[in-house]
Ligand binder design. Structure first.
Ligand code: TYD
Length: 218
């Protein structure tokens, strides 16, 4: 099934280039977004490298709640917190950068909400997606790179980092299996937007695949 691109995605914000990276925890998004940013800067582009949750002052406060709050957060409250972070981030950081003609490289966006809150927390995926689109006034990326990795391999990588798990990372393997399956289903539904890359490949190879695809958009 191919989805329609909301009109707002092709509005004034489309002057720059909006690229998102997605995938489960431990898939290597941060490394790849750093490498892509370096390469784009070497090509002479101005890049805003940013992330959700976070990326603004308000988002930083929301990030602290969604990742580190100790008590229970109801699934719908969690979905709304991510959506609130997104609304602030897109309105005050991403759209202005795109309007200036910059390239925005963003770790996580609405596909994370559909995968984590939709499939992970078992909320209605369409409702979660629509909530995000409302929050972001319809903005969709020109390209989304999905770094796909078996959740047990990803868990091994996180264990090796030896850092305390946040609220989402601490979820059971079944949760992460559902998240991965949801990401892959999204890629099936929107093959022209979402590029799936095997995150088990060497870092340099993954970076080259991403660069090739981005080069075609510049
Ligand atoms: P991330 O910043 O990738 O974590 P880290 O800095 O530890 O690598 O993402 C934080 C967590 O938030 C991650 O587990 C995925 C989750 N998340 C959602 O559940 N929904 C969302 O909409 C977003 C953007 C992230």
């Amino acid at each position: 099934m191919t989805r329609e691109v909301p009109e707002a995605a092709t509005g004034p914000a489309a002057a720059g280039l909006f690229i998102t990276l997605e995938g489960g925890d431990g898939c290597g998004k941060t490394t790849q977004s750093e490498l892509l940013t370096d390469w784009l800067q070497q090509c002479g582009r101005t890049v805003l490298r940013t992330r959700e949750p976070g990326g603004t002052d308000v988002g930083g406060a929301i990030r602290e709640i969604v990742l580190h709050h100790r008590g229970e957060i109801a699934p719908r409250a969690e979905a709304l917190l991510y959506a609130a972070d997104r609304a602030q981030h897109i309105a005050t950081a991403v759209r202005p950068a795109l309007a200036r003609g910059e390239v925005v490289i963003q770790d996580r966006y609405l596909d994370s909400s559909v995968a984590y809150q939709g499939a992970g927390r078992v909320l209605d995926a369409t409702a979660v997606r629509d909530l995000s689109l409302w929050a972001a006034e319809g903005l969709l990326p020109a390209l989304t790179v999905l770094l796909d990795l078996d959740e047990t391999v990803a868990r091994g990588r996180l264990d090796a980092e030896n850092k305390p798990f946040d609220r989402l990372e601490a979820e059971k393997s079944d949760f992460h299996r559902r998240v991965r399956a949801a990401f892959l289903a999204l890629a099936d539904a929107e093959p022209e937007r979402i590029l799936v890359v095997d995150a088990g490949r060497p870092v340099a190879e993954i970076a080259a695949v991403i660069r090739d695809r981005v080069a075609a958009l510049l």
